[in-house]
Structures are given as structure tokens and as C-alpha cells.
Design a binder for this molecule. Structure first.
Ligand code: NDP
Length: 295
């Protein structure tokens, strides 16, 4: 069993991005610029946003945080988005999810300009991904394919099973793994809460991606000997013994499953870090698109 080390792979992706950004700035160009809108004070969202900003700083990408009160009106939020859409100095925009209940999330996602949609959640981005056109790939599945590529894990002809069908993780993950690309060409089954015989289907996977948000859901009997297991889950579970009062758990029962696998991602230290690497790559791509940059 080998650990798929998100820390190591993300650091190498970030280093490449940093070199490219340094080169741009050295040549008198402005640095890529990401804007993040954070609504309210959800603890997990604040942590994610802080981590995204830190990673931008590490790679030389400019980041701007727009913080809005939890009771901000939908119209005021849409107005912020329009201003950023129209700002030629900003390349990428993401609105941290989830949003307070009174705001229509879909409406917000659709109001982001597709050329600045670095989260890849806009229907235009999703449609392009479906049809195999160049686009912004949602950061988490993008991070997973970068990780597989880094470890030279071939996907072609493999049986892949993705548990979870959200627009953010499961569905784009299944599209990437089944695409006619270097990181695709797998035969993919997508499972969800209505799937029958889920355990049996998981146990047939050469590559198993767990993205359902149920801590420890994937047990040893659901995993084939020698499988590659990717744990996307991030759930905060209470832990009185921890300083923060909680710890992070993945969707895989790591201790029981790891010995059966050829490769497995730890949580934390796996996919979460790769997600940020995916976002940074998308931001650099948005910069190139929006500034007419040619390499
Ligand atoms: P969602 O809640 O949007 O989707 C969960 C999916 O899992 C749904 O499709 C749901 O099925 C399916 N599901 C839930 N319970 C079961 C079950 N018992 N059996 C089979 N399928 C089930 O979650 P997300 O996709 O947004 O996130 C999934 C996990 O990944 C979460 O833990 C989240 O925190 C984490 N995450 C991690 C990221 C990272 O950077 N590592 C980034 C984004 C998310 P149905 O559609 O039928 O309801």
C-alpha cells in the first residue's frame, strides 16, 4: 500500500505555478488575481477561504476577499458579482458555498461570468466538461486526476466506481474518469443514495472514489484487493480531546481499508490539498484567457 500524498503533490503543483507567475511578473505583467466572496461566518467556509488565500500568497497570485454579512440580500450579492465580472483586473471569481438559505445558490452560480468561473460550477463550464471541450474543471475532481497522474496510475480500461453524484464532486469526477483523455477511459459506475447492491458494486472497483460525506462509510469488505481508493469526504466529527473540539474524518474506514489497497489517500492530507491546487491552476488558466496571454 502506498499513500497518495496530497501535501507532496500539491506542493509540486504550487511550485510550478509559482515559477510561472514569477516569470510573468518579472516580464512586467500583472499577477493573476482571484476574488473570493464569503457570505456569513460558517466556520468550515472561513477555514477553506483562509487556506485558499494562503495558497494564493504562496504562489504569487493576488487574492481579494469580499466578506458579506449572513443577512446580505441576494441582489446585493449579485451586484458584487457583476462588479467583479466587469473588473478587467480580476481573472477568477468564486463564491464560497454553502450560502445562507435565503439566497438562491443556482442563481448565484449562473451569474458568475463563465470566463471567470474558476470553481467550474457554471452550467457553461459543466456543459463543456460533458462534451470534452477545454473548460474550468471543478477543483476537487481536477485535484484527484492530477493526483492519479502524478503517481502514474493508469485509468484506461479500469473499472471505476464513484460514490456520490453532486455537481461539485461526484458527477464531474465520473465525467473525467470516463472521458477520452489521458486521465480517463475508465468504465465508470456512479452510485448514490438509491443505488441497490452498492457494497457489491464498490467491491468490483479498480478505482473507488468515495464522495458522499458519510464518515467511515467505505469498509474493508467493500474494497477489492489492490484497488486504488480516493477519499474525498471531509466531515467534522466531535472530538472533546482535540483542541478545536472536532477532527476531520473521511468517507473511508482508513485503518481497515488501507491494507487492502495499492494506493489510498489519507484524510486529512489527501484530496483536500489537491482541491486548492486545482483552484490555483484554474486561476492561472483564467488569467491567460482573460489577459490574452500567449506562452
Ligand atoms: P453532497 O451532499 O452534495 O452529495 C453527496 C452525494 O452522496 C449525493 O449524491 C448522495 O446521493 C450521495 N450519498 C449520500 N449518502 C449516501 C449513501 N448512504 N449511499 C450512497 N450514496 C450516498 O456532497 P458533496 O459532493 O458536496 O461532498 C461530498 C463529500 O466530499 C463531503 O464530505 C464534502 O465535505 C467533501 N468535499 C471535499 C472536498 C475536498 O476538497 N476534499 C471538496 C468538496 C466536498 P443522492 O444524490 O441520492 O442524495
Amino acid at each position: 500500500m502506498e499513500l497518495l500524498d496530497g501535501k507532496k503533490v500539491a506542493a509540486s503543483v504550487k511550485e510550478t505555478i509559482k515559477q510561472e507567475v514569477d516569470e510573468l511578473v518579472k516580464n512586467g505583467k500583472r499577477a493573476p488575481h482571484l476574488a473570493v466572496i464569503l457570505v456569513g461566518n460558517n466556520g468550515a467556509s472561513e477555514t477553506y477561504v483562509a487556506s485558499k488565500q494562503r495558497s494564493c500568497a504562496e504562489t504569487g497570485i493576488t487574492s481579494t476577499l469580499v466578506k458579506l454579512e449572513a443577512d446580505v440580500s441576494e441582489e446585493a450579492l449579485l451586484n458584487e458579482i457583476r462588479q467583479i465580472n466587469d473588473n478587467p483586473e480580476i481573472d477568477g471569481l468564486l463564491v464560497q458555498l454553502p450560502l445562507p438559505k435565503h439566497i438562491n445558490e443556482q442563481q448565484v452560480i449562473e451569474s458568475i461570468h463563465p470566463l471567470k468561473d474558476v470553481d467550474g460550477f457554471h452550467p457553461v463550464s459543466a456543459g463543456n466538461l460533458m462534451q470534452g471541450y477545454p473548460t474550468f474543471i471543478p477543483a476537487t475532481p481536477f485535484g484527484v486526476v492530477m493526483m492519479l497522474q502524478h503517481y502514474n496510475i493508469t485509468t484506461a480500461g479500469k473499472r471505476a466506481v464513484v460514490v456520490g453524484r453532486s455537481n461539485i464532486v461526484g458527477r464531474p469526477m465520473s465525467v473525467l474518469l470516463s472521458s477520452n483523455t489521458d486521465y480517463g477511459n475508465a468504465t465508470v459506475t456512479i452510485c448514490h443514495s438509491r443505488t441497490k447492491d452498492l457494497e457489491k458494486i464498490c467491491a468490483e472497483a479498480d478505482i473507488l472514489v468515495a464522495a458522499l460525506g458519510k464518515p467511515g462509510f467505505v469498509k474493508a469488505h467493500m474494497v477489492k484487493e489492490g484497488a486504488v481508493v480516493i477519499d474525498v469526504g471531509i466531515t467534522r466529527v466531535e472530538d472533546a480531546g482535540s483542541k478545536r473540539g472536532f477532527r476531520i474524518k473521511g468517507d473511508v474506514d482508513f485503518a481497515a481499508v488501507a491494507p487492502k489497497t495499492s494506493y489510498i489517500t489519507p484524510v486529512p492530507g489527501g484530496v483536500g490539498l489537491m482541491t486548492i491546487a486545482g483552484l490555483l491552476k484554474n486561476t492561472l488558466a483564467a488569467y491567460k484567457l482573460n489577459s490574452g496571454y500567449t506562452s
